[in-house]
Design a protein around this ligand. Structure first.
Ligand SMILES: [Zn+2]
Length: 164
């Protein structure tokens, strides 16, 4: 589980581990806005709610938050599905335009591909290989990423992901 971090104005700005959220709440660095229903953290003497949404005490300026380009996030964007055949197994990252052909390493040239498709496509473009993409790869915005790819997992986050 992860905690959603809100700015003082309730806009989502980040995500952190629940361990970290718990420490921040415990040390009164942040306010707990929502907790995970039905989950408690037990110590010998006490039980604590597990923070699902926390809010900073002070407003911080966040100019633009982009989604970190990583293997994991590309898989998330592509719904853990091979963008060529739809398989959900043996996933890897494919350069749509191969590196050897000058293809870049950004959001728009990287897609999730199963190892079989990746091998079959080799050093070809999708057109040359006759392997059309199921969707054009795109760069997700941070809020969209939270909402569509991570937020849906947690009911507790939903009320805070509607803005923007
Ligand atoms: Zn495939």
């Amino acid at each position: 589980m992860k905690a959603l971090v809100l700015n003082q104005d309730f806009r989502p700005i980040s995500v952190c581990s629940i361990q970290r959220a718990f420490v921040l709440v415990f040390n009164k660095k942040v306010e707990m806005v929502a907790s995970f229903n039905g989950h408690k953290f037990h110590t010998v003497d006490n039980e604590y709610s597990i923070p699902a949404v926390i809010r900073l005490q002070c407003y911080i300026k966040v100019p633009y938050r982009s989604v970190e380009l990583s293997r994991k996030n590309i898989f998330e964007r592509d719904n853990h599905t091979c963008q060529y055949c739809g398989s959900k197994k043996d996933l890897s990252i494919d350069h749509v335009i191969p590196k050897s052909r000058g293809g870049g390493s950004g959001w728009k040239n990287l897609v999730t591909a199963c190892k079989a498709c990746n091998a079959r496509k080799g050093d070809f473009t999708p057109e040359e290989a006759g392997m059309p993409l199921r969707q054009q790869p795109f760069k997700p915005s941070f809020l969209m990423f939270l909402r569509d790819y991570i937020g849906f997992k947690y009911e507790e986050w939903k009320p805070f992901l509607t803005a923007g």
